[in-house]
Design a protein around this ligand. Structure first.
Ligand code: ADP
Ligand code: MN
Ligand code: MN
Ligand code: MN
Length: 432
């Protein structure tokens, strides 16, 4: 117990080293050894686990009911036994959970209902066992207020003749169990960014086992995963899901995220979707959203793409409000105008431009049709909110979305500090 506390204390005090400082010696420090022990201490013997996991479950099917909790960002799940293999979500029973433990209810009336909406094969339990994605319902069997899927599904239904396709690029960062970036020296920073993006080699990428296992798990489950790559910051990775049509985009990305957290758990590491896990000169993490309608995918589609971007330019602040779970606050840390992002406060677009809000791929311009990429969504965005906002603005011509972003901490604070400093300097000058 003593060792455990000490490790956290030591690890906590060694993470933050001023930006720009050089790499510290790679020696295996005391802290590092202790943290490795910590991971071993918390993990059980997977070989023994396999012995039991292989036991025949007879005619019973295990269904893992999965839902998005009240944070709008994290997933929860629990298991129930079914007596028959389901082929359609409607065959599955509605279930419930204690909403007071998930920020989804208060007080005595805390039952929240789970309505199955999509079924996937379970890559952990194998066989007939299932992963079941659920919507949350309140006690009147209406969509719970944290259930953003229902409205997205309605919007996608209204726009279905346009056949909207999405491809989302999920960036994430692997952390050690102590919260330190996975593979980073425990008492400092790795060398500056440059060699890590799409890198190969033990000194360039960290955690490839997790990435490969997750890819296979997605394919097994039936998730339309379309690629993966190591990212700019060491320990940061990306996978892409899509193209997927309509509501499938959100469903598939949420299940892919569940699989990511679950696979990482097996390896004793943490996958964080925080949009700026490390302050300073390190890239943040986004969830670029590639979009096309049937017309955009056909010759002459370029005009359609420009028309959609024109509409998006009129609704920038509104869209930012839908692109992270905090109405824009999380993205304030990421959309700085640096590290291949555009500023949160301005809309911009460009061909092949990675510092714009929207990028038109070079190939799309050359072909005269294709898709565009909205680079603003944060890594922890809700894909239901993102895809819904895009379709409302560009296909359903909704002039005003109900949410809108007003600069919160970042600019207010910056301004306050500037003002304070100015005042101080003026006061100082007067005293002289
Ligand atoms: P980037 O060059 O920005 O890193 P990626 O290759 O990581 O792009 O991701 C591109 C995504 O766009 C993929 O998920 C892919 O499935 C998706 N995509 C490709 N064509 C279309 C299309 N016509 N409409 C929507 N998404 C598409
Ligand atoms: Mn990408
Ligand atoms: Mn990327
Ligand atoms: Mn991209």
């Amino acid at each position: 117990m003593f060792a455990l506390v000490l490790t956290f204390a030591l690890a906590g005090s060694t993470i933050i080293v001023p930006k720009g400082s050089q790499v510290l010696p790679k020696s295996r420090s005391l802290t590092m050894d202790m943290s490795l022990n910590l991971r071993e201490q918390f993990s059980t013997d997977k070989v023994i686990a396999t012995n039991f996991n292989q036991l025949d479950s007879g005619d019973k099917v295990l269904a893992e009911y999965i839902w998005i909790d009240g944070s709008g960002e994290f997933l929860r799940s629990k298991t129930r036994t079914l007596f028959k293999e389901p082929t359609n979500p409607d065959e599955l029973p509605i279930w419930n959970f204690d909403g007071s433990s998930t920020k989804q209810a208060e007080g005595a009336d805390s039952d929240v209902f789970l309505k199955p909406v999509a079924i996937y094969r379970d890559p952990f339990r194998l066989g007939k066992h299932k992963l079941v994605l659920c919507e949350t319902l309140d006690n009147k069997m209406q969509p719970h207020k944290t259930n953003y899927r229902r409205r997205c599904a309605q919007v996608m239904e209204a726009a279905k003749d346009e056949h909207p396709w999405f491809g989302m690029e999920q960036e994430y960062t692997l952390l050690d169990v102590d919260g330190h970036p996975f593979g980073w020296p425990k008492n400092g920073f790795p060398g500056p960014q440059g060699p890590y993006y799409c890198g190969v080699g033990a000194n360039k990428v960290y955690g490839r086992d997790v990435v490969e296992a997750h890819y296979r798990a997605c394919l097994y489950a039936g998730v339309n995963i379309s690629g993966t790559n190591a990212e700019v910051m060491p320990g940061q990775w990306e996978f892409q899901v899509g193209p997927s049509e309509g509501i499938e985009m959100g469903d598939q990305l949420w299940i892919a995220r569940f699989l990511l957290h679950r696979v990482a758990e097996e390896f004793g590491v943490i996958a964080t979707l925080d949009p700026k896990p490390i302050q300073g000169d390190w890239n943040g993490a986004g969830c670029h959203t590639n979009v096309s309608t049937e017309k955009m995918r056909k010759p002459g589609g370029y005009q359609e793409i420009i028309a959609a971007i024109e509409k998006l330019s009129q609704a920038h602040a509104e869209h930012i409000a839908y692109y992270d779970p905090t109405g824009g606050k999380d993205n304030e840390r990421r959309l700085t105008g640096l590290h291949e992002t555009a500023s949160i406060s301005e809309f911009s677009y460009g061909v092949a431009s990675r510092c714009s809000s929207i990028r038109i791929p070079r190939q799309t311009q050359v072909d005269g049709y294709g898709y565009y990429e909205d680079r603003r969504p944060s890594s922890n965005c809700d894909p239901y909110c993102v895809t819904e906002a895009i379709i409302r603005t560009t296909c359903l011509d909704v002039k005003k979305l109900s949410r809108s972003y007003t600069p919160q901490d970042a600019e207010k604070l910056r301004k306050m500090i500037n003002d304070l400093q100015k005042n101080k300097i003026e006061e100082h000058d007067e005293q002289k």
